[in-house]
Design a protein around this ligand. Structure first.
Ligand SMILES: Cc1ncc(COP(=O)(O)O)c(C=O)c1O
Length: 400
């Protein structure tokens, strides 16, 4: 049996079947390309779901990780100080609205913590009924029970009900809908400035401004989930900055530690002030290797020319996607290197054909394909993508 067949067989036998994986086995990566066990190359437009923003095999990242490993301090738990943790916390605060940071291990965990922080603030202010959380249609905030409760997709929630009480759902980017839900019982409003899993939907600056105002009027905490859209993906460091609106909490995860598991909850002093020792925690919070990787990634994203490259390549990607002349494409949208084509046919067919053409693609919601590549992707990769996508879509035209 070939290595490929053996791995696929064992995966069927030993892995809980929550992911439908294609029939190849990835073995190594370099730049924006990954290779399977048969040596086939795939240009990666997924980046481990918006994680590998420096691509594969970044020398500096590998060196930083190796250096911290070699000190022997991989993990000490949150019980003790390390310089690695405070260095990353300071860097994130210096480059955002935030005064303080709490580190965790994933996006869902960051949102879970953010919801707890918001409820704790209401609690210390003596507002025990102030426990509602408003989220929006097509949002994705994670799959743990609290985060799932504010991820209003029936398919994700149905088998696991009841959800955490107090979750209310408004229409994304609809100010009137938000107004109808945000009141004195609202502890928090959580929103992605650009929705990632729900179809690459951009919140307007007016919508984010209205949320800020409603939260201020009702003493509610405004949470921006920048787990997918943050840290350079849009060509700005943070996706919300261009709206001029500042949240009370921002959650980060995916790209922050270059592929190592991390989450971060960035907060104002007011929010942090509600938290006491023992209120929240996690064994793996702030591990030194992960923190050093995070510091290196943030510094790279802030280095001269990096964000300009994202903006320029992102604009080129959107332009070239818009040039594809196919009756199956019903919309092209996005910002920076976070783009999507909406389709009148199931995206799964295109994703499957992408594999044959040496492309890793991923859907976003039921009717879009999104492009969330390593941020080091170049215009020549965009050209390759457009050429192959055009071929794939033309093939579907013929088959009709
Ligand atoms: C916006 C957003 N929030 C939260 C999450 C959950 O992150 P994780 O999968 O690391 O738990 C995701 C994951 O796709 C996401 O895109």
């Amino acid at each position: 049996m070939s290595i490929t067949a053996d791995v696929i067989e064992k995966d069927k036998q030993f892995s809980v079947p929550v992911a439908g994986r294609p029939d190849f086995v990835l073995e190594r990566g370099e730049g924006v390309t990954v290779y399977d066990t048969d040596g086939k190359a795939y240009t990666d437009w997924v980046a481990g779901i918006a994680v590998n923003s420096l691509g594969y095999g970044d020398r500096e990242l590998m060196d930083v990780i190796a250096r911290q490993m070699s000190t022997g301090l991989v993990h000490v738990s949150g019980l003790y100080h390390t310089r690695a943790l405070t260095d990353l916390a300071e860097l994130l605060c210096a480059n955002s609205f935030a005064d303080k940071v709490y580190f965790c291990n994933s996006g869902a965990e960051a949102n879970e913590g953010a919801l707890k922080f918001a409820r704790k603030l209401a609690y210390v202010n003596g507002r025990k009924n102030k426990m509602n959380v408003v989220s929006f249609s097509k949002a994705f905030h994670g799959r743990t029970l609290g985060a799932l409760s504010v991820t209003p997709t029936e398919k994700y929630q149905a088998p696991f009900k009841p959800m955490v009480p107090g979750a209310l759902v408004g229409e994304f980017d609809d100010i009137e809908s938000a107004k109808a839900l945000i009141d004195q019982d609202t502890a928090a409003v959580i929103v992605e400035p650009i929705q990632g899993e729900g179809g690459i939907n951009l919140a307007s600056a007016e919508f984010l401004r209205a949320l800020r105002q409603l939260c201020d009027e009702q003493d509610a905490v405004l949470i921006f989930d920048e787990i997918q859209c943050g840290l350079g993906r849009t060509g700005d460091l943070w996706a919300h900055t261009c709206s001029g609106v500042t949240p009370d909490i921002m959650t980060l995860a995916k790209p922050l530690a270059g592929g190592l598991p991390i989450g971060a909850i960035l907060v104002t002093d007011e929010v942090a002030g509600a938290m006491q020792p023992g209120d929240h925690g996690s064994t793996f919070s702030g591990g030194a290797v992960v923190m050093r990787a995070g510091e290196m990634v943030v510094k790279r994203v802030l280095s001269p020319g990096f964000l300009e490259h994202v903006r320029e390549t992102g604009e080129y990607l959107l332009e070239r996607l818009a040039e594809i002349n196919s009756p199956h494409i019903t919309d092209v949208r996005g910002r920076g290197l976070m783009a999507a084509i909406e389709l009148s046919i199931p995206p799964g067919d295109i994703v499957a054909q992408g594999y044959e053409h040496g492309l890793l693609l991923v859907n976003s919601g039921p009717d879009a394909i999104r492009f969330i590549p390593p941020l080091i992707v170049e215009k020549r990769h965009v050209d390759e993508l457009i050429e192959k996508l055009t071929l794939i879509l033309e093939g579907i035209d013929v088959e009709g």
